[in-house]
Structure formats: C-alpha cells, structure tokens
Write a protein of this length. Structure first.
Length: 178
C-alpha cells in the first residue's frame, strides 16, 4: 500500500495563489484481491473553473462522468498471489462497492477481469511489469517507464511476474458508444 503527501494549490479571494491543503492520502486494498491497491489521489465529477479555493471537488463513482477526472495509483499484485477465500463473494462485492463505487459494474462477469469504462485512461508504469490484454486476444507487455493511453477499450491487467506492478494514471470521462 502506498502513502502520498498531496499538496493542492488554490486561490485567495484576491486571486493570488496559495497552498490550499497538504494531506496524507493512503491506498486501499481491493477486497478479495490481496496485494491489489487503489489510491484516489484527486478527482472531480465536473470540469473545473478557476480561480477556486483549492478544495478537492466532489467525486462519487470510481470512474469519472463526462467532463470529470480521476487521478489515481493502481498496484497490481503478481498473478501468483492467492485470492482471499476467507470471505464469500457477495460480501467481497459489497465491500468493493462501498470502497470503489461503480467499479465492479464495468466488469464482464463471463470473462473475469475484462472491463471497459467510458474514459480516456492515461497511465504510466512506475515500477514492475504487467500485461495489458484486449478483447481481440492481443497481449502487450508493459514495464517501468511505459505509457499507455487507453481509449474506452475492453481490457484486463495481468501480472505474471514475481513483483507488484505500480501504475499512476489519470482518467478523463468520455462518451462511450455501443
């Protein structure tokens, strides 16, 4: 799990720039998936307008609506990490929905891990390696330093190596056709 120091800027009433806040933001483990963590670093459900006071805007679901953004970290555990079988699937799903609203609704239950969101995902692999699988069957190996731009595609992440893969990204809400 990661811990970040988040510094956000804003504006005083006279329009001058300020440090609006400094706080610690911690990752949250994904229920049922030991070693998998998501950290929401910043988000907004609407396009921002400035000047503002620098407060974190409201954001509700894991994925942003059109005009919204999410800034996050994703840690993908090695595939060899055994799943948590100590809790039943319904409880895990309820916990995941509470922690990451709407996340699971984007997954295809007939093809585990495969999902699509109405967003442009701009991702940077900070450390480790992973494989990006698409629904056309393609598999692309990614490593530290690689950048991925995902344009509303059906995909899944795999990590067949021994070390976790750490990804930082931003999601921008987009319109998704059929």
């Amino acid at each position: 799990m990661s811990t970040f120091r988040r510094v956000a800027t804003g504006h005083r009433n006279d329009g001058r720039s300020i440090i609006a806040s400094e706080q610690t933001v911690k990752g949250v483990g994904v229920p049922g998936l030991p070693g998998v963590f998501l950290t929401t670093l910043w988000g907004s459900d609407v396009a921002q307008a400035y000047p503002d006071n620098g407060a974190e805007p409201a954001h509700h679901a894991w994925f942003p609506p059109i005009g919204g953004v999410r800034f996050f970290e994703f840690i993908l555990a090695p595939d060899s990490t055994p799943p948590d079988t100590s809790t039943d699937a319904d409880t895990i799903a309820r916990e995941a929905e509470h922690l990451f609203p709407g996340l699971l609704s984007h997954f295809n239950p007939e093809d585990p891990g495969m999902h699509r969101s109405a967003s442009t995902d701009m991702l940077y692999v900070v450390s480790g390696r992973c494989v990006l699988e698409l629904d056309d069957g393609s598999r692309t190996e990614l490593k530290a330093g690689d950048v991925i731009v995902q344009n509303g595609t059906m995909h899944r992440w795999k990590n067949p190596w021994d070390e976790p893969c750490r990804i930082i990204g931003a999601l921008v809400g987009a319109q998704l056709g059929k």
